[in-house]
Design a protein around this ligand. Structure first.
Ligand code: RET
Length: 245
């Protein structure tokens, strides 16, 4: 037994429970919003529910007894299955908050494709190392995945900002907060990936799982709260506008 592995074990459980509770909260809260703002709550409930389920699977696979072996043996594909489903939904929330997913459908599709490509290339990088022990190939996939990540950030910062400029202040502010959250919180994932490639030790592997757990919690529950509060602000504005008419 080791302390780091024990904390990591517990964190799997804490993350799963918090995600499940958050998902119930987001879905119940959506009904308190104006009809055109409800998708924000629906989507936040979806990505937290999907992740809670994946965490339930992962929690049942690790021993829960602080044994680092079982944390290290956790199949990586669970993380990637979670991310490939949930990160596009997170990206979509930015379009939803600007009510731009219909008007700028091709831009939304581009952002989602870039996101999925980023996750898929990262997975191939993991596979090249784990299955073939090919560190160089893993770096090539890492670089390609980082390129997709940069392109995604460009889409969120440039063309989407032009859409935001045509929107009321309340939506614009929410969009700025949400894209700021993404650009600050997402880079931890490639950093963890690179550290694990540079320092191949069991300690680092366990620590990486712990950091992924905490980051997933912040990026799903924290981001969900942010987008729900944005939807609530927009909702208040549209309800007061409706009352004036
Ligand atoms: C990988 C591979 C290495 C290069 C890059 C990556 C990016 C991962 C990201 C994951 C985001 C996950 C989130 C989860 C939410 O709960 C795949 C590690 C760039 C950005 C936000």
């Amino acid at each position: 037994m080791n302390d780091l592995a024990l904390v990591t074990d517990y964190m799997f459980l804490v993350t799963m429970l918090t995600l499940a509770a958050a998902s119930a909260f987001f879905w119940m809260e959506r009904d308190t919003l104006a009809p055109e703002c409800r998708s924000a709550g629906t989507i936040a409930g979806m990505y937290t529910a999907v992740a809670a389920f994946v965490y339930w699977r992962m929690t049942s696979m690790i021993g829960g007894d602080g044994n680092p072996e079982s944390v290290i043996a956790l199949p990586t594909h669970y993380r990637y299955i979670d991310w490939v489903v949930t990160t596009p939904l997170i990206v979509l929330s930015l379009f939803v908050v600007l009510q731009a997913s219909h008007e700028r459908r091709s831009l939304a599709v581009l952002a989602i494709v870039l996101d999925v490509v980023m996750i898929a290339l990262g997975y191939f990088g993991e596979l090249s190392l784990q299955r073939h022990g090919d560190r160089d190939l893993a770096w090539v996939f890492f670089a390609a995945s980082c390129t997709a990540f940069a392109a995604l950030m460009w889409v969120l910062y440039r063309p989407l900002a032009q859409v935001a400029a045509t929107r009321p202040e309340v939506m614009r502010d929410a969009y700025v907060r949400m894209r700021g959250f993404i650009v600050l919180a997402w880079p931890i994932y490639p950093v963890c990936f690179a550290i694990a490639l540079l320092v191949p030790s069991d300690e680092v592997k366990v620590a990486r799982e712990l950091v992924y757990n905490i980051s997933d919690l912040i990026n799903k529950v924290g981001f969900g709260v942010l987008s729900l509060s944005a939807a609530r602000d927009a909702s208040r504005t549209s309800q007061s506008r409706a009352q004036m008419i």
